[in-house]
Design a protein around this ligand. Structure first.
Ligand SMILES: C[S@@+](CC[C@H](N)C(=O)[O-])C[C@H]1O[C@@H](n2cnc3c(N)ncnc32)[C@H](O)[C@@H]1O
Length: 388
């Protein structure tokens, strides 16, 4: 009898793991008993004890990483593929193989991929950078020096750009993006354009990227830099306010450190236009502070200004995350860069995943708002969501 698609896939997988050809494995279409589990990603790592494999278990709101040796890895994967995960996608140095199970018969497609780089082994390897240090725009923005080394005072900025590019790369893989032409990306409140240039570098010809900024001097600087770098065909800058910008047809909307309710204006624009992916890093959450009525039990703690400020940040961003879920987006809140490098480090990422208006969520959001005495909030207002 011929081996099934699953058996053939497991054979390819086992060979690639044994002979060091595995680049990465992705498991999707979760069907496990844990409803929060969405994907598993596997890649090879060289640990002191010998070749191993890093498994990243992606849950709805967190990632868990564990390393396993070859024997454990094969046993785990054999148990999961076709049962706990119905789809599996294998990338090796020479092949890619895609398995779909769950139908009457398994479907396996294998393709040759010429010229794939060897797997990136080891924890002490030179890290592959999502943005090449030699990119001329990094130099033009003062992030690197003439020799392509990080400029002394810009180490934190470079770290932020790299971390952002890395996170965005993962999020783009998850988002339901169009495949019928270049993506439209808006970066709202783009400032000096560090992250706007980074997105354009990351996506290349796959995207038209537009930075929106209130300050004319920054818009002029960014536009002339894009032109000087030969990037202006797919990277533009526009002067304007976030609230008044038409983002029709947007696929990916970004707003990093747009002040106070400008984040809400940006989110509302993206949601209304049906963007596939929204990424914001909020800052200066001032709007709710005057409304926050501390529940009696918290009044002793919240007489301290710093706790009150942190609570305002938490309530604002938690409300935004819940409103995004209600609006039909699978939402994740994560640390963007370590607080050691910047205090503005919370990122909210939302991937379009369904239709808006889940009644059960709406009730929970209202109870949350009422608990903190919040009656009005800009994103809720834009979405026509009554908190009362
Ligand atoms: C803190 S900077 C962040 C710049 C950039 N996004 C980054 O993270 O590197 C915020 C920028 O957003 C702009 N901005 C704030 N509110 C805005 C609004 N409502 N419309 C357009 N630009 C806005 C400011 O002028 C400023 O340049």
């Amino acid at each position: 009898m011929n081996p099934s698609g699953r058996e053939q896939f497991l054979g390819l997988l086992s060979d690639s793991m044994r002979d060091g050809a595995l680049v990465k494995l992705t498991l999707g279409k979760a069907a496990s008993a844990d409803p929060t589990l969405e994907n598993v990603f596997v890649r090879p790592v060289a640990l002191r004890k010998g070749p191993s494999f890093a498994f990243v278990w992606r849950h709805k709101t967190r990632d868990v990483t564990k390393n396993h040796d070859l024997k454990e890895s094969l046993a785990l994967l054999e148990r999961m593929i076709g049962t706990e995960f119905l789809d599996a996608h294998l990338f090796t140095r020479t092949h890619s193989a895609q398995l779909e199970t769950g139908g009457r018969t398994d479907r396996l497609r294998v393709r040759t991929v010429g010229g794939k780089p060897p797997p990136d082994l080891g924890h002490d390897r030179v890290k592959r950078r999502p943005i090449p240090l030699g990119a001329p725009w990094l130099r033009a923005l003062g992030v690197t020096d003439d020799g392509g080394r990080p400029a002394a005072s810009m180490a934190d900025k470079l770290r932020q750009i790299e971390k952002f590019a890395e996170l965005l790369g993962h999020l783009l893989e998850e988002a339901p993006l169009r495949r019928d032409g270049p993506l439209r990306v808006f970066d709202m409140g783009c400032g000096k354009g560090y992250l706007t240039f980074a997105v354009s570098e990351l996506l290349g010809e796959r995207a038209w990227v537009c930075g929106v900024e209130a300050r004319a001097d920054l818009v002029d600087f960014c536009a002339s830099t894009a032109s000087a770098m030969g990037m202006a065909e797919r990277l533009s800058f526009r002067r304007g306010s976030i609230a008044d910008t038409d983002v029709g047809g947007v696929d990916v909307l970004i707003a990093l450190h747009a002040c106070d309710t400008a984040t809400d204006d940006a989110l509302a624009k993206g949601i209304t236009a049906g963007a596939a992916l929204l990424v914001v890093a909020p800052c200066c959450q001032k709007e709710l502070r005057p409304q926050l009525a501390a529940p009696e039990v918290l009044s002793g703690a919240l007489k301290h200004g710093i706790f009150l400020e942190r609570q305002a940040e938490f309530v604002t961003d938690a409300l935004r995350a819940q409103l995004l879920e209600w609006a039909g987006y699978r939402t994740r809140v994560m640390e963007f860069v370590s607080t050691e490098h910047t205090a503005k480090n919370t990122m909210i990422a939302a991937v379009r995943s369904g239709s808006p208006g889940n009644g059960a969520l709406a009730g929970g959001i209202r109870r949350f708002a009422q608990f903190y005495g919040v009656r009005r909030q800009t994103l809720a207002g834009h979405l026509g969501f009554s908190l009362a």
